[in-house]
Design a protein around this ligand. Structure first.
Ligand code: URA
Length: 280
């Protein structure tokens, strides 16, 4: 197969995004999972992956696995900032524990969206994951099911993650800037973002991801406090609360703009590179 067809196939322009196993077998979350399972088997304890992780950063681990031989050139790589990639997320308000935070979100009435939502959408995935993906706000399906990215955009996101060797339930945690659906899927209003911002910050403080991926213009602009276009924001390593942040297109946008899947794939490659650097 030609390099171009291979590239297209991998980017989802072909029949499917192909999962490539093994890239993240030495991922810290995977190692933690294996250790946890081994410990559980010995102690008969429930899975602590369901509990929030301590905010004390884990000792730096070395990603001993090299990326697999690839037919793809990495995207043009901007230089990540020289400062250390791991940093404590700022502590501005007392940290609620994970179940308290979940309860606070589900009871939230801090903005008008509580009047129109079916339910809040807190997040999904592994709270101990090293990757955190942040979208915009729940849509109709998410509002109905109480989980982020469960519609068509979510299916595309799952395929993309799988193509990058990431398991959506184990290797990533997915949340949105807003926890409630804006009626008619309109853009979130500034006061709604302000009301919700503390919840996202607390989620990040709990998870302490190695890497944040902002999905779409709205999440990127909100997190980075900028009005720059997504075209300008992607392809670079930014910082959010000291953590490396990579911007990519929103999966719903990619459903409408198939050719930009190629760029989204480049973004995933950049994210993987940043992740491996930050894990070493
Ligand atoms: N779009 C988002 O940004 N988040 C979701 O959860 C679903 C669609």
């Amino acid at each position: 197969m030609s390099r171009a067809s291979l590239l297209q196939q991998e980017m989802g322009l072909g029949p499917a995004w192909m999962a490539r196993g093994g890239w993240f077998e030495q991922h810290p979350a995977q190692r933690l999972r294996e250790q946890t399972q081994a410990d559980d088997a010995e102690s008969g304890m429930p899975d602590p992956a369901l509990e929030p992780r301590s905010l004390i950063p884990a000792p730096q681990e070395t990603a001993s696995v090299a990326p697999p031989a690839s037919n793809f050139s990495p995207p043009e790589q901007p230089q990540p900032a020289a400062e250390p990639l791991r940093a404590e997320v700022a502590t501005e308000s007392p940290l609620l524990d994970w179940p308290q935070l979940q309860r606070k979100v589900s009871d939230c009435q801090d903005c008008r969206l509580c009047e129109t939502r079916t339910q809040t959408v807190f997040g999904r995935g592994n709270p101990q994951a090293r990757w955190m993906l942040i979208g915009e706000a729940p849509g109709e399906n998410e509002d109905r099911q109480g989980l982020p990215f469960v519609g068509r955009a979510g299916q595309l996101l799952d395929n993309m993650l799988s193509a990058a060797g990431l398991d959506r339930e184990q290797d990533v945690y997915i949340a949105n800037v807003l926890k409630c659906r804006p009626p008619g899927n309109r853009n979130p209003a500034p006061d709604e973002i302000a009301a919700c911002n503390g919840y996202l910050l607390q989620q990040i403080r709990h998870i302490q991801p190695t890497l944040i991926v902002a999905l779409g213009r709205f999440a990127a602009q909100t997190l980075l406090e900028t009005e720059s276009s997504i075209g300008r924001l992607r392809g670079k390593v930014h910082r959010y609360q000291g953590l490396p942040l990579v911007v990519s297109y929103h999966p719903a946008y990619l459903l409408r703009n198939q050719p930009d899947k190629a760029k989204a794939w480049q973004d995933l490659l950049l994210a993987r590179k940043v992740f491996l650097q930050a894990s070493s």
